[in-house]
Design a protein around this ligand. Structure first.
Ligand SMILES: NC(=O)C[C@H](N)C(=O)O
Length: 484
């Protein structure tokens, strides 16, 4: 059996029917990773021993007749989510040897649900980037074409799922870091509503934008993971006490009379012809499914990238102040305290992180605050209002997840602006705090995956997943694997 080709729900089915044990499944995937990851480089750390002992525990429980939502299925975790006793590096030299003494709430929840943790995946340093090339350790390769990037910053998680190393992984999304890599790697990626999933134990980048979510082989798998990780958490005051619906059951919800909005601003210059064509074909499929399609406007979209690249660095400059050689991670000795700070931060952070700290510090400094940070916050409100207005007329908004398919490794590293522009269709969703789901919608002539983004209002995960699920059932794009 090629276990790596099964979805999470299929793996669970096999475990439940006793066709495979968790230890067998985990071993099979670990062996597959050992064989293939030297080319893909999705993992920063593979936790073989811990995974096998968790798998053994899962098998024991199952033998006793117990079942849990994820009992015995292997999952990978982006390496900016704290795992007790296992390094959490954020792909940074600063945290290279940091071993958290606690689990993030999402990890506690996954463990309670019976999941087996396979390892920690690569990312752009502190989740800053769109290609995983900003990792301080090595870049990850796209399983569909090893010369190309997997996207970022959750590129390791997206590549791991696409390659079949695991059927599901957790990522984090501040400005598109789940949805853009999902699009580049031909997998499903969900950024839940801000506050839907606890951020406790997610290493903070931009706290008003960060959100954890799943990367999976299918929409049904994403619903299953969300079910486990969603909900109010006393340890994160920004998590919302909104009831968690039955996302799996809701996949069958009737959405036939719904209306989809196509924002004019998401189909303008800069969008690759091939991506545009695939999205237009997807729109036709939605029409065939009986949904109404309507042109809409989100007029402040052109300002989203500029606003994000002030707000996110501003929050980052404040959040990353804690890495001072005293409290966490790396310490480089100096002749006095200030010299130690300088040396630690100069050697611990890579160029993109330094760039953001400088931009953010500048934008927040006296005299510039009103001109930059305050203005960007006002633009953010206008962007949120655009969506609120649009959702009075339509149930969903659809567009591309990224303006281009996966680009070549090295192509954009020396041009930060070109890199920032790959977030053009994902950033607004974070600024407004709403739901964004990327699902595969076809391939380019070169065989690279293209992702479609479905956006919905706050807490509309059930509806958005239901629409994505109907699309995947009709098209079968989520069942395709990269040949290797
Ligand atoms: N972190 C993210 O969501 C990705 C975005 N490209 C950034 O660099 O900020």
């Amino acid at each position: 059996m090629e276990w790596h080709k099964l979805s999470l729900n299929e793996q669970l089915e096999n475990l439940r029917q006793g066709k495979v044990s968790s230890v067998e499944l985990t071993k099979a995937l670990l062996d597959y990773i050992e064989k293939k990851d030297p080319q893909v480089k999705a993992f920063l750390k593979i936790t073989r021993e811990e995974a096998l002992s968790q798998a053994q525990e899962a098998d024991k429980l199952r033998q006793k007749g117990e079942d849990k939502p994820l009992l015995g299925v292997p999952i990978a975790i982006k390496d900016n989510i704290c795992t007790r006793g296992i390094t959490t590096t954020c792909a940074s030299k600063m945290l290279e040897n940091f071993v958290p003494p606690f689990d993030a709430t999402v990890i506690t929840k996954l463990k309670e649900a019976g999941a087996v943790i396979l390892g920690k995946t690569n990312l752009d340093e502190f989740a800053m980037g769109s290609s995983t090339e900003n990792s301080a350790f090595f870049p990850t390769h796209n399983p569909w074409d090893l010369e190309r990037v997997p996207g970022g910053s959750s590129g390791g998680s997206a590549a791991a799922v696409a390659a079949g190393f695991c059927a599901a992984a957790l990522g984090s999304d501040t400005g598109g870091s789940i949805r853009q890599p999902a699009s580049f790697c031909g997998v499903v990626g969900l950024k839940p509503t801000y506050g839907r999933v606890s951020r406790y134990g997610l290493v903070a980048f931009a706290s008003s934008l960060d959100q954890i979510g799943p990367l999976t082989r299918s929409v049904k798998d994403a619903a299953l993971i969300l079910q486990v990780i969603a909900g109010k958490d006393e340890k994160d005051s920004t998590s919302v006490p909104e009831e968690v619906p039955d996302y799996l059951k809701d996949l069958d919800m009737d959405i036939s009379g719904a209306t989809i909005g196509l924002p004019e601003e998401y189909f303008s210059e800069g969008l690759s012809e091939e991506v545009k064509t695939r999205i237009e074909e997807a729109v036709k499929i939605f029409e065939e499914m009986g949904l109404k399609v309507k042109k809409i406007r989100l007029p402040h979209t052109p300002y989203a990238v500029a606003a994000y690249y002030i707000i996110a660095p501003a929050e980052a400059s404040s959040n990353l102040a804690r890495y001072d050689g005293v409290k966490y991670g790396l310490r480089v000795e100096g002749k006095d305290l200030i010299d130690m700070y300088k040396k630690t931060r100069s050697q611990g952070f890579g160029p993109e992180v330094k760039r953001r700290i400088m931009i953010g510090t500048y934008a927040l400094s006296a005299g510039y605050y009103d001109a930059y940070y305050k203005k960007a916050s006002q633009v953010r409100t206008l962007i949120a209002r655009d969506f609120a207005e649009a959702f009075k007329e339509v149930d969903f908004i659809i567009g591309p997840a990224s303006p281009t398919p996966a680009f070549k490794i090295g192509e954009r590293v020396s041009d930060p602006l070109a890199m920032y522009l790959s977030d053009i269709y994902t950033i607004s969703v974070n600024l407004a705090g709403i739901v964004g789901l990327t699902i595969p919608c076809g391939f380019t002539d070169k065989g690279l995956p293209v992702g479609l983004q479905i956006m919905g209002p706050h807490f509309s995960e059930s509806k958005v997943l239901a629409l994505g699920h109907k699309f995947e059932e009709k098209t079968g794009f989520t069942e395709k694997y990269p040949e290797s």
